[in-house]
Design a protein around this ligand. Structure first.
Ligand code: HEC
Ligand code: HEC
Length: 204
């Protein structure tokens, strides 16, 4: 008897819970009435326009220097071939004594023309080169949304990579004496969002 009574919530507790739930519901209703109307989905034209903005970033030196067509990384704002005969290698991290991490540390070294750094500093591997250099906007658009060419990523994973990946982030923190991509990272992510939400349309 006593045991049962101890387990039963008292009438007052039940009433308090009920009124709490009712007020939660009411709050939800009120806030949904006053919520700003949802922005309309971007259309195809807005989507492909947004890609053109993303394209400017991808083909800027900080990004394309690691996304070359050949098997050597590129350097500088003129994207010249990397000195010291550095090559991609089987895993993208270089060959024998010219492994990327021989010179590139986990962080940028201070000073002009010093090696930039990141723990994952390398080129894409030779089986999926992810070439940005020399690609037209329509071609790069089709390439980066193709899972066979983009590291098997969905569009959302691609967005996440551009918005949050540490190696991509280096592009906006490139060390002394290097210029930045034409859009900030936030703006680039915003344009990616419009591109994807509008159906990942490609410019003609
Ligand atoms: C022998 C040393 C050395 C090795 C090995 C090396 N690098 Fe470099 N790298 C440098 C130096 C020094 C710079 C800076 C040059 C400058 O700013 O003028 C540089 C710059 C770069 C840049 C240019 C960044 C920019 O946007 O301007 C890229 C990209 C790059 N290296 C990629 C690689 C990759 C990938 C590997 C391995 C496959 C590699 N490097 C191996 C010394 C090296
Ligand atoms: C130090 C070299 C390096 C730099 C600099 C670099 N990347 Fe990459 N990027 C890579 C490597 C390596 C991969 C492949 C690894 C992976 O898939 O995670 C890659 C993959 C990608 C991918 C996914 C695959 C695809 O479809 O191409 C995107 C998108 C990308 N990079 C965008 C950028 C952007 C944007 C910048 C400049 C802000 C940039 N990268 C700068 C090395 C680099």
């Amino acid at each position: 008897m006593t045991r049962n009574r101890a387990n039963k919530p008292s009438g007052a507790v039940v009433a308090a819970l009920v009124s709490f739930c009712v007020s939660l519901l009411a709050m939800g209703l009120v806030s949904s009435l006053y919520a700003a109307p949802k922005a309309p989905r971007p259309d195809t034209a807005a989507s492909s326009q947004a890609f053109l903005q993303v394209y400017r970033v991808f083909t800027s030196p900080r990004c394309q220097n690691c996304h070359p067509a050949g098997d050597a990384p590129l350097q500088g704002d003129d994207s010249h071939v990397h000195m010291q005969n550095v090559k991609r290698g089987k895993d993208g991290h270089g060959v024998s004594a010219m492994r990327c991490d021989t010179c590139h540390q986990a962080a940028n070294l201070p000073g002009d023309h010093m090696p930039p750094g990141n723990p994952r500093w390398s080129l894409p591997n030779p089986r999926q080169k992810m070439v940005f250099v020399g690609r037209s906007a329509p071609d790069l658009c089709r390439q980066i949304k193709n899972p066979k060419e983009n590291g098997n990523r969905t569009l959302e994973q691609l967005y996440d990579h551009v918005a949050h990946d540490g190696l991509v982030g280096w592009g906006w923190n490139p060390g002394d004496g290097r210029t930045l991509p034409p859009l900030t990272r936030e703006e680039t992510a915003k344009q990616m969002r419009i591109w994807i939400d509008g159906g990942a349309a490609c410019p003609q």
